[in-house]
Each structure stands twice: as structure tokens, then as C-alpha cells.
Design a protein around this ligand. Structure first.
Ligand SMILES: C[S@@+](CC[C@H](N)C(=O)[O-])C[C@H]1O[C@@H](n2cnc3c(N)ncnc32)[C@H](O)[C@@H]1O
Length: 354
């Protein structure tokens, strides 16, 4: 078993999960910012959100520039996805990278990765940053939707393909296969991990990051909108046949595919700026920005096409949920992010016949 990875210093953590030495709940308890008001923040705007949204958007682009990204404008794509959704993906990339202490990957891939695959690459923002950071690597990002920018680092190539079909890549080829936030897009996860395993080099790694779409709160009452929302989308995912609960299953599926040295880590992430820790506070505010911006597109599709709701009913529910998130000082909502990485076993040595 590999030694446990160091924990980010930014989160207060206590190990959980008896018997799971390699599974850490990094932010088992989020320390609440003592400077928050008494929680009676139901009035619109009382949480300072409009101002924080404006400055967050500006600082997001500053951040991209500070980190030397030349191709930051990945949302100015002509692809048939609306700009808000694409921007949502880029905001998610930002706060996830922030959460991981500015690292693009936590798997022990070394400084010299060679052949890297990003499955369901979206706007390609992770692949672009990875290719920039590791000029040694030849990176391929593929997606079923053509929403990637044209201007990319020379060592990156985008392809359009369906991850649910047999992959066209050679066996034992990639030393790193990366997947992130594909929940709700895949109906047969074991088949997908099987393809990933086949295409991973012996000794190479897979890393999969997902967030749990459930909004949790230790203090909201059982009939709170958070809980109704969670139950609804769990049902919608199952009805659609593409579960959102891959979060709970990914570790087991990765092991079943044949990977070894599996390490799973989970973070508890605030929604809104209620954490005391500055990094977590920032992650929480970006998460809120992302949810505010992206929930409509996501919920409309799920509730209309999958659950058969009327447009007006959906609008009411979305408004209630947005209001619920906005009341983050009162309910201290959070969600969880899980990262699993693992290794394909080294090629076994031929057994001598003597
Ligand atoms: C939420 S986005 C995440 C994008 C990217 N991985 C990231 O973290 O920024 C999910 C992506 O998965 C893609 N996707 C869904 N089903 C897919 C499939 N069967 N094959 C390839 N890509 C798929 C979607 O088109 C979308 O771009």
C-alpha cells in the first residue's frame, strides 16, 4: 500500500472511515468563520453575493493570467454550448485546482509524464493547463461535444469521441488517464474503466475526480429544500440510467477494473463563504458562483426531459434552491469532492522454466 499523501495544510482534517487507511476526509469539520453574522441573512443581498460575484469573476481571470495561462479564453468558443455553461466548467476547474493546492493531479505521476488522456475533457481547460505545465507530455483530450477552443498548446490535441464506445487508443499506451466530473454522462461505468485500464500503460495511473451533487447541511431541517432537491436529482439520475452516485462507487469500480494501490481522498467543501480558512472560503464562494450560473441549464434538462415537470414548476424550484444556497450563513451548506487514483500493475516478469 502506498504511503498516504500529505494533506493540504489549508483544511482541518481528521481521518474517518475505519479500516480505510488510505481514505481521508480532509475537511471532516469545516471551521466556521467567527466573523459571520448571527445567521439571520434571509434578506436578498445580505450575503454580499452580487459584489462577490463581480469581484470573483474579475479575480478568476486575474488568476488565470497570474498562472501564466496563454489560452485562458476557452469559453470564447464557437461550439454549440452556451457560454454560461462553458464558463461554469472553467469556474469549476478553478476552484477544484484551488482546493488541491494549485495541483492539477495528485497521483504520483512524476515530473515527466509522456502520454496523457483526459476523458470527457469539456472545454479542455484541465488538459490545456496540464499540457502547459508538462511540455514533456503529449496530451489528448476527448469529448462527445465539440466545445474545445482552437488555440491550444502544441502538445495537446482534442478529439471528438464517445467514451462509452470501445476506445480507439492502443492498449498499454497512456501513462496517465484523467477523468473529472463525468457524473450523469455515463451509463456503464465498469465498461468505461475497463477501457481506461486497457489503454493504461503497466505502471501508469488513472485519476478520477467527482463531486457529490448532494447539497448537505448539518443544521438544515429534514424538509429543507436542500434535501428535497437531493432526493429529486438522485431519482432523475436513476431514471435517466446514468447515475449521479458514481461518487460512491468509483473506488470499487476502479479496483474491479484491475488497478492496484488505490488511494481515495474526500474533501468536505463549503458552499458560500462561511469557512474560516481563506482558501476554503474562496473555494466556497466560487462554488456558489458556479451553482448560481450553472444550475438552470442542468435542472431544466433533468426536470423537464427526465422527470416531465412543467417549465413554471421548474422555475419555482430553481428559485427556491438558489435562495437556499444564498442563505449559506444560516445553513452552512457543503458538498463533497472525491478523488481516486490508482496504478495499473507493472507487467509481470516471465517465470523462468528452470
Ligand atoms: C461536467 S463536464 C466536465 C468537463 C471536464 N472533464 C472538466 O472537468 O472540466 C462533463 C463532460 O463530459 C462529456 N461527456 C459526457 N458523456 C460523454 C461521453 N459518453 N463521451 C465523451 N464525453 C462525454 C460532456 O460532453 C461534458 O463536456
Amino acid at each position: 500500500m502506498p504511503s498516504p499523501p500529505p494533506r493540504p495544510s489549508s483544511t482541518s482534517a481528521s481521518p474517518l472511515g475505519a479500516g480505510d487507511d488510505d481514505e481521508f476526509f480532509e475537511a471532516h469539520d469545516i471551521t466556521v468563520d467567527p466573523d459571520l453574522s448571527d445567521g439571520t441573512d434571509s434578506a436578498a443581498g445580505d450575503d454580499g453575493r452580487p459584489e462577490s460575484t463581480t469581484s470573483l469573476t474579475a479575480s478568476l481571470f486575474d488568476y488565470r493570467k497570474i498562472h501564466g495561462r496563454t489560452y485562458q479564453n476557452s469559453q470564447t468558443t464557437e461550439a454549440p454550448i452556451d457560454e454560461e455553461q462553458a464558463e461554469g466548467l472553467d469556474i469549476t476547474h478553478h476552484f477544484m485546482t484551488l482546493l488541491f493546492d494549485d495541483k492539477l493531479s495528485l497521483a504520483p505521476i512524476g515530473d515527466n509524464p509522456q502520454h496523457v488522456l483526459d476523458v470527457g475533457t469539456g472545454t479542455g481547460i484541465w488538459a490545456i493547463d496540464f499540457a502547459d505545465e508538462f511540455p514533456s507530455a503529449s496530451v489528448i483530450g476527448f469529448d462527445i461535444s465539440p466545445i474545445q477552443p482552437a488555440w491550444v498548446p502544441p502538445n495537446l490535441r482534442f478529439e471528438i469521441d464517445d467514451a462509452q464506445l470501445p476506445w480507439t487508443y492502443p492498449a498499454d499506451h497512456f501513462d496517465f488517464v484523467h477523468l473529472r466530473n463525468l457524473h450523469g454522462g455515463i451509463s456503464d461505468w465498469p465498461a468505461l474503466y475497463h477501457e481506461a485500464f486497457r489503454c493504461t500503460q503497466p505502471g501508469g495511473h488513472i485519476e478520477h475526480v467527482e463531486f457529490n451533487i448532494r447539497t448537505l447541511s448539518d443544521i438544515a431541517p429534514p424538509d429543507h429544500i436542500y434535501h428535497r432537491w437531493n432526493a429529486l436529482f438522485a431519482e432523475a439520475g436513476e431514471r435517466m440510467g446514468r447515475t449521479f452516485q458514481i461518487y460512491d462507487q468509483m473506488r470499487g469500480y476502479i479496483e474491479d477494473a484491475g488497478y492496484v494501490d488505490v488511494v481515495a481522498r474526500t474533501w468536505k467543501v463549503p458552499i458560500g463563504g462561511w469557512a474560516k480558512d481563506p482558501r476554503l472560503k474562496s473555494v466556497g464562494l466560487y462554488t456558489l458562483l458556479f451553482l448560481d450560473q450553472s444550475v438552470e441549464g442542468f435542472a431544466l434538462y433533468m426536470l423537464k426531459s427526465v422527470m416531465g415537470w412543467e417549465f413554471e414548476e421548474i422555475q419555482v424550484l430553481i428559485a427556491q434552491m438558489k435562495e437556499g444556497w444564498k442563505q449559506w450563513k444560516r445553513w452552512q451548506p457543503y458538498y463533497e469532492i472525491k478523488l481516486v487514483y490508482a496504478k495499473k500493475p507493472e507487467r509481470s516478469m516471465p517465470i523462468s522454466s528452470h
